[in-house]
Structures are given as C-alpha cells and as structure tokens.
Design a protein around this ligand. Structure first.
Ligand SMILES: CC(C)(COP(=O)(O)OP(=O)(O)OC[C@H]1O[C@@H](n2cnc3c(N)ncnc32)[C@H](O)[C@@H]1OP(=O)(O)O)[C@@H](O)C(=O)NCCC(=O)NCCS
Length: 156
C-alpha cells in the first residue's frame, strides 16, 4: 500500500471513492465528478490517496482510501472527505493518510487544523480523538436537516 499526493490524473479515482462513501443525504452535488476534484486541486486543496497494489482484492479499485487537506484561511486548514474502503479499515490506512496530510500542512505553516464529522459517526470521532484532535464544536442540523455535526480541532 502506498500513500501519495493525488494528481489531476487521479481525479476520477478520487471522485469515485468519495462517491462510494457518500450517503445519499450528503451527495448534494448533482454534477459531482472528476471535474469537481480538479477544480478543488487548483485552489489550495490537496488530496492524498492510499493505493493498493493488490487490485484483485479490491474490486478493481486501486485507490482504497483518500483524504483532502484544504487550506481555508491564512493559517487554518481543514481535513475533509477522509474515507477508507471497508475491507481495508482498522489497518492504519486513515492514520497514514492523516499523517501525510498534517506533514504537508505543517510545511505550509498552518497553525490549526479542524475536521468535522456527523455526530453519530462513532468511528470517525474515535479516529480524530486518537489522533490528538479535541472536540470543540457542535453544529445543530448544519449541512443537512436532521444531521448534527461535531467539529474537532488540533494545533500543529
Ligand atoms: C473513519 C475512517 C476513515 C477510519 O479509517 P481506518 O483506516 O479504519 O482508520 P485507522 O485504522 O487508521 O484507525 C485509527 C484509529 O481510529 C479509531 N477507529 C477507527 N475505526 C474505528 C471503529 N470502527 N470503532 C472505534 N474506533 C475506531 C481507533 O482508535 C483506531 O485505532 P486502533 O485500530 O489502534 O484501535 C473509516 O472508518 C471510514 O472511512 N469511515 C467512513 C467515512 C467517515 O466517517 N469519514 C470521516 C469524516 S471526514
């Protein structure tokens, strides 16, 4: 398994894995595809992918995990669209993706990194807490009606 910064040629694989993990209530972008990813890549967004060399075991998907590091202000960044395909979970893939993303954000002199997850996403919340993020905000029915959001933050 290799972790690397995604390039434009990876945009389709990145869009595909995000779509695999987006629940219907969250796929608000009717035209969400590789073009959305490419536009984001041009504007302070960095996607890292985890690529499996063992393509057969992953239904032809070589990208089995991804994370987006997004610079949102002077020295504030956000971790978004972090996901790992189910057969590859609990093996440290997301931890390695996060590590690479934080390394890049440190190089870019970011001061703080935030991450948001659904308030009922137990695995994501446990993940951020294990990685030194602290719960710092609660957003009632924020992006979508009926879905509460928790924000985590980490100073880097
Ligand atoms: C959250 C997610 C990315 C974690 O990926 P992963 O590769 O399985 O994570 P790791 O193996 O690096 O896990 C690191 C730690 O996170 C915590 N964790 C991860 N999954 C967990 C689970 N299902 N239950 C409890 N804790 C969990 C554990 O502390 C784990 O350490 P441990 O395995 O030594 O106990 C994955 O579960 C996922 O894709 N979920 C759906 C998408 C999502 O919710 N994304 C977050 C919003 S941005």
């Amino acid at each position: 398994m290799e972790i690397r910064l995604a390039e434009e040629k990876d945009a389709k694989a990145v869009a595909d894995i995000i779509k695999r993990h987006s629940q219907d209530d969250y796929m608000g972008y009717v035209t969400f595809d590789h073009r959305y990813i490419i536009e984001k890549m041009k504007k302070n967004n960095f996607y890292f992918v985890a690529e499996s060399k063992d393509v057969q075991s992953t239904s032809n998907a070589s990208v089995i995990g991804c994370i987006r590091a997004s610079i949102v202000d002077l020295d504030l960044a956000e971790i978004r669209t972090m996901c790992v395909d189910e057969p590859h979970r609990r093996k440290g893939v997301a931890s390695r993706l996060l590590e690479e993303a934080l390394e890049l954000l440190k190089e870019k002199k970011m001061r703080k990194v935030v991450a948001r997850s659904k308030a009922d996403a137990k695995e994501a919340m446990a993940f951020f807490e294990k990685n030194g993020f602290v719960k710092e905000g609660f957003f009632k029915e924020h992006y979508r009606k009926g879905i509460d959001i928790v924000q985590f933050g980490k100073f880097i």
